[in-house]
Design a protein around this ligand. Structure first.
Ligand code: FES
Ligand code: FE
Length: 396
């Protein structure tokens, strides 16, 4: 019986998880394996791969993937591990290349992952047997997701349901305006759990709480939602909802919620920050929470989008990565101010780094006894359900 199986008796639905969930090296290792193989992970955006030879890499725990645009066959995703003796193949975060050449013994791979050349391998060696191992890849409105396992969770039907609610933002025609990383000395699950609930938003996020009604359910029913409906309809912003939490399928969530009166977008003053996304005809004063797979979160305002991910680098080290997107033709200085655009989620991410760090410090105590979840922490319960289904073989 492994660590999670031993641990499960301590898990009470409706309560926080027990200490070992965030402190056990065995659970950490099985987490990485399970999530890498059995969930979809957001790795980048098509705007990073415009020309043939453009590539990005993305690391997840000890795993690493290369995503590259080939001359003819579009975008592919490959394990960043040489098929000779296993060296990390591509060492850069992004760039443009004709081939990938291993830094160890110079085996050389095409942009399609095929092995092109390996020296002195003798007769009977067939390069066709040693292409890079590929991963499943999906491109949803420009957002790229990979899954390394043979049987990825169902996602296509879910994306079909999401598409009409996302298409008007034309996210494929955005570009990255800024990326920031906030390293936090905490287990990745504490980082993602923090993102899954807004119970902490009032007490911990002064700036965010001024503009985002989600900080308190009472505000969500105070007529703001009806007003948003009307403004969204006028501005061409879709307002439907999607919730999917089925075992064996990628978790999906989408909902637009109102900002407080006077806020067109997530800005310091409430004023617009950047040109309207896609085909929108105006600001509706809302924000769309979108989750595609349990690990990948996006917040879409009328004029920009934020993407978040929580990347494990060690048992109690996580990189919170925040990515700001604007319309592809928007220019810094002319169409938006870089400092104004990034102000809110920089401040909010610094708050989150602090509270997650303190959370881990407390959970590391042997006297931590898991307490009950608030009604506002329903997202954490959904994460636990997903966790138990992704880790099902370990738990059975
Ligand atoms: Fe890559 Fe030897 S490990 S060429
Ligand atoms: Fe937060």
């Amino acid at each position: 019986m492994n660590a999670i199986a031993k641990l499960r008796p301590g898990y009470r639905p409706g309560y926080a998880h027990v200490r070992e969930f965030y402190t056990s090296p065995d659970i950490y290792e099985s987490d990485i394996r399970d999530y890498w193989n059995r969930s979809w992970i957001w790795v980048g955006h098509q705007s990073q791969l415009k020309k043939p030879g453009d590539f990005i890499t993305f690391d997840y725990g000890p795993e690493s993937v290369i995503i590259a645009r080939d001359r003819d066959s579009g975008i592919g995703a490959f394990q960043n591990v040489c098929r000779h003796r296993g060296s990390r193949l591509c060492l850069e975060a992004s760039g443009n290349t004709r081939v990938f050449s291993c830094p160890y013994h110079a085996w050389t791979y095409e942009l399609t992952g095929q092995l092109r050349r390996a020296r002195e391998m003798g007769e009977g060696f067939d390069p066709a047997d040693y292409g890079l191992l590929s991963l499943h890849l999906r491109n949803f409105e420009g957002l790229l997701f990979v899954c390394a396992g043979d049987e990825p969770p169902e996602i296509d039907e879910g994306l079909r349901r999401l598409r009409p609610l996302v298409a008007p933002f034309d996210l494929g025609k955005t570009r990255i305006a800024h990326t920031a990383t906030y390293p936090v000395p905490a287990n990745w699950k504490l980082a993602i759990e923090n993102y899954m609930e807004c119970y902490h938003c009032g007490p911990a996020h002064l700036e965010f709480a001024r503009s985002h009604s989600i900080k308190d359910p009472a505000h969500m029913n105070a007529g703001l939602v009806d007003k948003l409906e009307a403004r969204s309809r006028a501005a061409g912003v879709p307002t439907g909802e999607v919730t999917r939490n089925d075992p064996g399928a990628a978790t999906l969530f989408l909902r637009r919620y109102p900002l407080f009166e006077g806020y067109d977008t997530g800005s310091r003053t409430g004023a617009p920050l950047a040109p309207l996304l896609g085909g929108l005809s105006g600001f509706d004063g809302g924000a769309t929470d979108m989750q595609i797979g349990i690990l990948n979160n996006f917040l879409i305002y009328a004029d920009h989008m934020i993407g978040y991910r929580f990347v494990p680098t060690a048992l109690q080290e996580t990189r919170i990565e925040v990515v700001w997107f604007v319309r592809e033709d928007a220019e810094a200085g002319r169409d938006y101010d870089h400092g104004d655009l990034t102000w809110l989620w920089h401040a909010t991410s610094l708050d989150d780094e602090r509270i997650i760090r303190h959370n881990q410090q407390g959970v590391n105590s042997h006297h931590f006894v898991p307490g009950p979840l608030s009604e506002m922490e329903w997202g954490i319960a959904a994460f636990y359900d997903d966790y138990l289904s992704v880790s099902a073989d370990q738990i059975r």
